[in-house]
Design a protein around this ligand. Structure first.
Ligand code: C2E
Ligand code: CA
Ligand code: CA
Ligand code: CA
Length: 279
């Protein structure tokens, strides 16, 4: 039988066998993907609710395989975490995104920042902080222009160690954001225990704003709480004018979503959202 990553073992069955073999296939395709340049990054704009301008972007990985076609990160990140490949993939994301940011900083507005998703497995990499700090130095990027997005499940396993790593990043000026807020278990205690700068309301709450009074109340409450705690608040998954207006009026700082734009590659992003400086 196979050991799950939660250490609970399951009895062998035919379905598992096919899951296991497709997992192994995916792992070897992923290994090749890294070598063959099949991974790339897309960028989705963050809109400041006050200025209405694009102030940053979330970095989202993309995988195009010649046989499988476009593979969603939802499908391959978990496999990469299980196999440990996420360490290398995560480093690829950090390196490529910060290199891109350095290039954009030469040409476009100064304070633009990037938010990068970090897997819980990456948090356990004892070189993580050094890797990030070295990349920031290499590309001459101030810490506050990098935001790291973590989900609650990143913080469950070894709270004391996670706190140590996050505090180190925080001391370097790197911003920390609690992703998918409201969908996990003990979000509120996390806010007390870790040095977060911002929270992202999960898009499931935003999705129901027009139809559900309860969602509106929940979103209001979360925004008010973030304001009281002096945390920046990002509303994700904004798809229309109603949702954009609602979160802006309630005091969210940033929104992100298909209403302004889907994630796009670096060239399209620069063309659509970055304004060349006058020099
Ligand atoms: P996430 O971090 O919650 O990212 C937001 C997801 O919502 C993205 O899906 C984005 O394309 C999508 N989204 C943004 N605006 C809207 C909207 O208005 N409507 C709807 N329906 N969706 C919207 P994507 O790119 O498929 O990524 C899925 C997940 O994969 C991410 O969820 C994140 O957990 C993971 N992921 C993506 N890139 C990376 C990465 O570089 N590293 C790690 N560790 N995970 C990543
Ligand atoms: Ca995210
Ligand atoms: Ca999210
Ligand atoms: Ca999510």
């Amino acid at each position: 039988c196979e050991m799950g990553n939660n250490n609970s073992y399951k009895f062998f069955n035919p379905k598992m066998e096919s899951e296991l073999s497709s997992r192994i296939k995916m792992e070897s395709l992923l290994r090749a993907a890294l070598q063959r340049d099949e991974l790339s990054l897309h960028y989705q704009p963050f809109v400041n609710t006050q200025s209405q301008s694009v102030v940053g972007a979330e970095v989202l990985i993309r995988w195009h395989n010649p046989i499988l076609g476009q593979v969603s990160p939802v499908d391959f990140i978990e496999i990469a975490e299980h196999s440990g490949q996420i360490i290398e993939i995560g480093y690829f994301v950090l390196r490529s995104a910060l290199k891109q940011l350095a290039y954009w900083r030469e040409i476009y507005n100064q304070d633009f920042y990037l938010a990068i998703n970090l897997s819980p497995v990456q948090l356990k990499d004892s070189y993580l902080v050094d890797k990030i700090v070295n990349l920031l130095e290499l590309y001459k990027i101030p810490g506050h222009l990098l935001e790291i997005e973590l989900t609650e499940n990143a913080l469950i396993h070894d709270a004391a160690y996670a706190q140590e790593v996050l505090s180190k990043l925080h001391r370097k000026g790197i911003r920390l954001s609690l992703d998918d807020f409201g969908t996990g278990y003990s979000s509120l205690s996390y806010l007390q225990y870790y040095p977060f700068n911002s929270i992202k309301i999960d898009r499931s709450f935003i999705h129901n704003l027009e139809t559900s009074e309860q969602s509106r109340q929940l979103v209001n409450t979360i925004i008010a709480m973030a304001n009281n705690l002096q945390l920046s608040l990002v509303a994700e998954g904004v798809e229309n004018q109603f949702q954009a207006d609602f979160v802006a009026k309630q005091g969210a700082n940033i929104w992100q979503g298909y209403y302004l734009g889907k994630p796009v590659d670096a060239n399209a992003f620069a063309q659509q959202y970055l304004i060349p400086s006058m020099t």
